[in-house]
Design a protein around this ligand. Structure first.
Ligand SMILES: NC(=O)c1ccc[n+]([C@@H]2O[C@H](COP(=O)([O-])OP(=O)(O)OC[C@H]3O[C@@H](n4cnc5c(N)ncnc54)[C@H](OP(=O)(O)O)[C@@H]3O)[C@@H](O)[C@H]2O)c1
Length: 311
C-alpha cells in the first residue's frame, strides 16, 4: 500500500510517498481503509523529533476516518463496510497517513452520520483533547466562565463549541481578523491577544484551556477565581503549573489526550445534534503531506488541515 514515510527526522521536506506492506488486524483490532487523515501539531513534532516514545522516524498520523475492511479475532463492535473514525494509539505509532491502518477496535467509534470523511478526520484528536480537558477533567457546567486560548485553532475552535454546548460563558483569544469566526462558533467574548494583554480584561474565570503555552500559563492563573482550573495542553514543559496553581488556591497542570471510545461517542452525539463541527482550513491529497506540514508548522491555521487518501 502507499503511505507517507521519512528516512530521517527533519522538516516537511523529509516526508515522501513510500510503498509498504498492508497491515493485518490482530485480535481485537480492525483494519481500516483510510479515506481521510487529519493533521495535527503533534504530527509535525513527531516528524522532527520522533516524539515521546521513539528516537527515530515513525509512520505519522493519528486522526483517521475510513471504512472497516476487516476485523480481527473477537471484534464485535464493527463489521466490514462500517464507517469509523478515531485517534488510535497516541503516543505510540498509528500510521494514519496511509491507505490502510490497523487500530484497536475501541480506539475508534462509528463515524457521525451526515458528515464527510474529511470532516470526520478533522475531529478526533482535537475534539477529544477539548472533551477530556473541559468535560472529563474540569466538569464544565452551565453558567461557568471558560477562557479558551487560540480559540480559532484546531483544538480551540472545537473547545469553544463544546463549552457552549454545556451552557458555559465562553471567552476566546484570537487575532482580530478571526473574531467573526470565533463569535460564529458561539463565543460570548473574543480578545485580540495582539493588541490587549488578556489578563487585563478577563477575570473571574472558572476554567482556562491553554492551547498556547509559555508565558500564557502563569498569566492565565491570574484570571482564575479561587478554586478555578488551568488546563494546559501545549507542552509537557507546562507540568510545573500544577504546583504554581496549588500555591495560589487554584488547580492546574499539563494534560495529554488519550484514545477514547466513550469520548468519541459523546463527540458523535454533539455532531449529530448540530452542536459541533470542524472548520476545514485546507484539504490536500496524501502525496502533499509535506505541504500540509509546511502549513501546519506556521501555527496560523484556522480549524484543521486534512489529507485525503480516497477521493
Ligand atoms: N497535550 C495534548 O494532548 C495536546 C492535544 C492537542 C494539541 N496539543 C498542542 O496544543 C497546541 C494547540 O493545538 P492546535 O491543534 O489547536 O494548534 P493549531 O491549530 O496549530 O493552532 C493554531 C491557532 O493558534 C492561534 N495562536 C497562535 N498563537 C497564539 C497566541 N499567542 N494567542 C492566541 N492564539 C494563538 C492561531 O491563531 P491566530 O492566527 O489568531 O494567532 C491559530 O488559529 C499545540 O501546541 C499542540 O501540539 C496538545
Amino acid at each position: 500500500m502507499r503511505a507517507i514515510g521519512q528516512d530521517t527526522l527533519g522538516g516537511p521536506e523529509v516526508l515522501k510517498i513510500v510503498e509498504v506492506e498492508r497491515p493485518e488486524a490482530g485480535p481485537s483490532e480492525v483494519l481500516v481503509r483510510v479515506h481521510a487523515a487529519g493533521v495535527n501539531p503533534t504530527d509535525s513534532w513527531h516528524r522532527a523529533t520522533g516524539g515521546l516514545m521513539h528516537s527515530g522516524p515513525i509512520r505519522l498520523g493519528w486522526d483517521v476516518s475510513g471504512v472497516v475492511e476487516a476485523v480481527g479475532l473477537g471484534v464485535t463492535l464493527y463489521a466490514p463496510g462500517d464507517e469509523v473514525y478515531g485517534m488510535p494509539r497516541l503516543p505510540y505509532e498509528a500510521g494514519a497517513y496511509a491507505e490502510y491502518l490497523v487500530a484497536p477496535a475501541r480506539h475508534l467509534a462509528r463515524k457521525p452520520a451526515g458528515i464527510s470523511h474529511v470532516q470526520a478526520a478533522a475531529l478526533p484528536l482535537a475534539a477529544l483533547t477539548a472533551w477530556q480537558t473541559l468535560v472529563d477533567t474540569a466538569n464544565v457546567r452551565a453558567g461557568q466562565r471558560v477562557l479558551v486560548h487560540a480559540a480559532a485553532g484546531g483544538v480551540g475552535h472545537l473547545a469553544v463549541q463544546i463549552a457552549k454546548a454545556r451552557g458555559a460563558y465562553v471567552i476566546g483569544t484570537a487575532r482580530a481578523d478571526k473574531h467573526e469566526f470565533v463569535r460564529g462558533l458561539g463565543a460570548d467574548e473574543v480578545v485580540d491577544y495582539t493588541s490587549v494583554a488578556f489578563e487585563t480584561v478577563v477575570g473571574d474565570v472558572d476554567i482556562v484551556l491553554d492551547c498556547v503555552g509559555g508565558e500564557y500559563g502563569p498569566r492565565s492563573l491570574t484570571t482564575l477565581r479561587q478554586g478555578g482550573i488551568l488546563l494546559s495542553i501545549a507542552s509537557a514543559a507546562e507540568a510545573y503549573l500544577a504546583e504554581e496553581a496549588r500555591a495560589v488556591g487554584r488547580r492546574g497542570g499539563f494534560t495529554i489526550v488519550e484514545p477514547d471510545h466513550a469520548g468519541l461517542k459523546e463527540i458523535t452525539a454533539l455532531v449529530e445534534a448540530g452542536a459541533l463541527r470542524a472548520e476545514i482550513d485546507t484539504v490536500l491529497p496524501l502525496e502533499q503531506a509535506g505541504k500540509a506540514h509546511e502549513m501546519n508548522d506556521t501555527r496560523r491555521t484556522t480549524g484543521k488541515i486534512v489529507l485525503t487518501v480516497v477521493d
